[in-house]
Ligand binder design. Sequence first.
Ligand SMILES: [Zn+2]
Length: 252
Amino acid sequence: MPRTGGPRSSRRKLYAGVVDSVLLYGAPIWSSATETRAYLRQAESIHRRACLRIISGRPHLSYEATYILASIPPLALLADERARLFHRSRDDAGRGDERQETLRRWQVQWDQSTKGRWTHRLIPDIKEWVERRHGEMSYHLTQLLTGHGYFRHHSQRYDNNASARCPVCPDETENVEHVFFHCSRFEPEREVLQAQIGERTEPENIVRLMLRDRSNWNAVSNFAKTFRWLLSARRSFGLFREQSTPGIAIQH
Ligand SMILES: [Zn+2]
């Protein structure tokens, strides 16, 4: 399945649900045994690949951020949930209660983890995120929400000779926060976005604004796509040069 284009993320999520069912077949019976934890560790990599497809993410994303963006709890939590449901009377209310308990446990893990901290800053509240009624994930949104992508700071991880500095803003590192929220190169596009959603965007409010309504979500998603394209095109065509002194005119 391609990372960009192809089925929408909600459709991909249905495929992941099938993977969950296959992987967790028999979970109520075996989820408490020690050997089943070893099984879960193996099954987790398959589960994670299915989640990565939902968000069009690359394999180096942390497990923790991948599950959050896909809105699917980690496999071990799903296995525990199935075991709890198995031991409850078969009522639909119980299903809802147990899912809420899973979300609560997942939230504790998410708050305590050291991984995916940029994503945690943007999405501190799991329940609000996974229970949203709109919002398809995309390759470009995943880049914004994980910080992994076409940013110099990120590229430098794989090329020690590469500079992480923003080519136009003195002493600034070109990372996702700088590019999306502060960099002067994208001020016109940022102003259009902020006019569309009626509020100044910050890491602490961007997801809340996206969750407010579908048009906000689409505006941010389009901006993520646009700035990725602009970053790539301007770099490819050499439209930016390293700035040695502040105040050099910036081409947009
Ligand atoms: Zn900059």
